[in-house]
Design a protein around this ligand. Structure first.
Ligand code: GDP
Length: 198
């Protein structure tokens, strides 16, 4: 999709604040600093629409971006925060859990991982939960920052990440991505359009 129009619609901290437009939603998840804002900005052709470099301790909200009046991108704040209180972390985990499990317009989930490293324990736990029956939505794993790895190693990176996640080929798909070169952008959009906009 060639994106011309994007609105930040809202930051929500509770269900009553989620949009009621009845458009399909895709959630973007990943640990802080994985490159989620950069990924979002490439998909929507903006330089700095989504915030880059999350600040630890900032208010944690679900951010909804309405794209071309057709789909909401839902930025789920990075897991792996240490600087907020335990209570705030738990409240937030409950909110995300309920959003991902129960949100009716949610049609798919993109999980970002860093192509340079094997998935962390949290990445693996998140992936396994996302493909479980508890959620039951299509999952796209995106290995980002691929420009930091030579092209000749991409197949190995994919194989290593998949092995580490115990990747399920039936329930999920995989793409290599770079926000620097925009490699993978069209494939990600194809995946979104096929799963969200049919
Ligand atoms: P977020 O916290 O997940 O939203 O991550 P950001 O998008 O803010 O990115 C974190 C850092 O990684 C920033 O310094 C980005 O410039 C950098 N970054 C993100 N994506 C890429 C990429 O594809 N390639 C390279 N080389 N750097 C990236």
């Amino acid at each position: 999709m060639e994106v011309h129009q994007v609105e930040i619609v809202m930051s929500a901290v509770r269900e009553s604040q989620y949009p009621t437009d009845d458009l399909p939603e895709v959630a973007f998840v990943g640990r802080s600093n994985v490159g989620k804002s950069s990924f979002t900005n490439v998909l929507i052709n903006r330089k700095s629409f989504a915030r880059t470099s999350a600040q630890p301790g900032k208010t944690q909200t679900l951010n909804f971006y309405k794209v071309e009046n057709q789909i909401f991108f839902v930025d789920v704040p990075g897991y792996g925060y240490a600087k907020v209180s335990k209570k705030a972390r738990e409240d937030f985990a409950v909110m995300i859990g309920e959003y991902l499990r129960k949100r009716q317009p949610l049609k798919g989930i993109v999980q970002l991982v860093d192509a340079r490293h094997l998935p962390s324990k949290e990445d693996i736990e998140m992936y396994n939960w996302l493909i479980s029956e508890d959620i039951g939505l299509p999952v796209l794993v995106v290995a980002t920052k691929a420009d930091k790895i030579s092209r000749g190693k991409w197949n190995k990176v994919e194989a290593d990440i998949k092995r580490s996640l115990q990747f399920n080929e039936e329930l999920s798909d995989f793409e290599i991505f770079s926000a620097e070169t925009k490699y993978g952008k069209d494939n990600v959009w194809d995946w979104l359009e096929a799963r969200m906009l049919d």
